[in-house]
Design a protein around this ligand. Sequence first.
Ligand code: PHE
Ligand code: FE
Length: 288
Amino acid sequence: MFEHVHDVPPPGAAPDWTIPQDWDGFGAEEHAMWDRLFARQCAMLPGRAASAFLRGIDVLKLSRPGIPDYRELNARLMDATGWQVVAVPGLVPDDVFFDHLANRRFPAGNFIRRPEQLDYLKEPDVFHDVFGHVPMLADPVFADYMVAYGKGGLRSLGFGALHKLARLYWYTVEFGLIEEAGALRIYGAGIVSSYGESVFALDNPSPNRIGFDLLRMMRTEYRIDDFQQNYFVIPSLDHLLKVTVETDFGPLYDRLETLPDIAIADILPDDQVITRGTQHYALSKAGA
Ligand code: PHE
Ligand code: FE
């Protein structure tokens, strides 16, 4: 989902790019960095994070101090949904990534950010990957969505449509919002693992919040360098799974060839607009 750096596994990595987690190799400062990030996020997530996410934190006992030891974490995750976390050196090629997902393995970067990178880093670290992604993988419906996405990702390569499908990942897995009991909640890993964005995504009047629509999302550009200007809202995890699994993306990819991309902040007449954003945040950053 990000640009990758290498084309072959680096020395010490297996052909599927995995490496041993080597949990005993993490030092005290690295565990302390996890604890600091964990405490900061947990303080604000009740009432903001989706109930499935909060349940995942609980079921997986992620509140235990330190970077999670995958030997323990994977035993709990396996019981919940059959998923496993595997350590990788950093970003992996798209086909490798999809193959892991299709087989219920989530690749997690095996390093943690440094104090000067508290709020922004280019490559996902273990905090983003494990705290951000893994709680949702303990939810049976979301777990099945991620498997289907991995298989769909492998299939998209044959259509040359990876770029379009990647937008669906971006607007669901990374930056998705969900409606629960009439209120918006966050479930996207990019939001729940970010201090600033977990407030911005729900409370700030700047971004658009638009109802889930597969084709619309796969046409919409996104930004990787700042808070999003659009969020897409799913009515439920069941709906997300059902629509993506029951839709044959082949014809969608063909149609996408003929449809123009949608600029980041544009609203279309057919959009189900939940919040029409002011975009003042993005505009002020652009110096307007
Ligand atoms: N049903 C999709 C296809 O035909 C696969 C898919 C499932 C894609 C879930 C994304 C998410 O390719
Ligand atoms: Fe991520």
